[in-house]
Design a protein around this ligand. Structure first.
Ligand code: PGA
Length: 237
């Protein structure tokens, strides 16, 4: 089963989310053989993005690092699970960059996901500067350290998203993607239920060779997932 996750980021109204769900339902009919789909909208859109036939699952884009309490503006992993999420994106580079999330905070978020029964989609990836300095492998190792206390028998999704490829229109090459994912798989070789995604400017046009790269189990898709047609086209590939 390949896994395709739509990360809507901070886009869409409820009406737009409902229209997307209807269109995606029409586009995939009874579902796409061999493909598992997840839609990760903002919290207020979860209900609108839900499929009553269960052809796609829901994910959230972030969870709080604490379980419950006086944390104004936060949404807990338990609340996200209660609202119908089965997956949670953790450590997206936009969270790391704009909200200062680092290893210790992300380790706590991963633990909150486990308590709530959410499968984390843990995002890692190097910046342009790190890549230019030859620090890609070092960066991945450092970011994977947040998984140190995570129980290795639990299902885990790791998304390799080089920061320079996100929203830039310049995806990684299948070679770059494959070598990063093989490296990640080696580091996480003790894991029994591990799926590895690539993310960064994936489109219906460039997805086939990327999906054929070694160890690639699917994609985390931003921009191209805002259209039901292009999300379905990628999943169908
Ligand atoms: P993009 O975003 O597909 O728009 O590059 C991917 C992501 O940030 O998850």
């Amino acid at each position: 089963m390949k896994l395709f996750v739509a990360n809507w980021k901070m886009h869409k109204t409820r009406a737009e989310a409902r229209a997307f769900a209807e269109e995606l339902g029409r586009a995939i009919g009874d579902g796409i053989a061999g493909a598992e789909l997840v839609v990760a909208p903002s919290y207020p859109l979860l209900d609108a993005a839900r499929d009553s036939r269960g052809r796609w699952a829901l994910g959230c884009q972030n969870v709080a690092s604490e379980t419950e309490g006086a944390y104004t503006g936060e949404v807990s992993a338990g609340m996200a699970a209660d609202a119908g999420c089965t997956y949670a994106i953790v450590g997206h580079s936009e969270r790391r960059r704009y909200f200062g999330e680092d290893g210790p905070v992300l380790a706590k978020k991963l633990a909150r996901c486990r308590e709530a029964g959410l499968v984390p989609i843990y995002c890692i990836g190097e910046t342009t500067e790190e890549r230019d300095a030859g620090l890609t492998a070092t960066t991945l190792v450092r970011q994977l350290d947040a998984l140190r206390s995570d129980e290795p028998s639990q299902p885990l999704v790791v998304a390799y998203e080089p920061v320079w490829a996100i929203g830039s229109g310049r995806s990684a090459t299948p070679g770059d993607c494959g070598s990063a994912l093989v490296h990640i798989a080696e580091i996480l070789s003790a894991r029994s239920h591990l799926r590895l995604l690539y993310g960064g400017s994936v489109t219906p046009e460039n997805c086939r060779p990327l999906l054929a790269a070694p160890r690639t189990d699917g994609f985390l898709i931003g921009g191209a997932s805002l259209s039901a047609q292009s999300f379905a086209a990628i999943a169908r590939a």
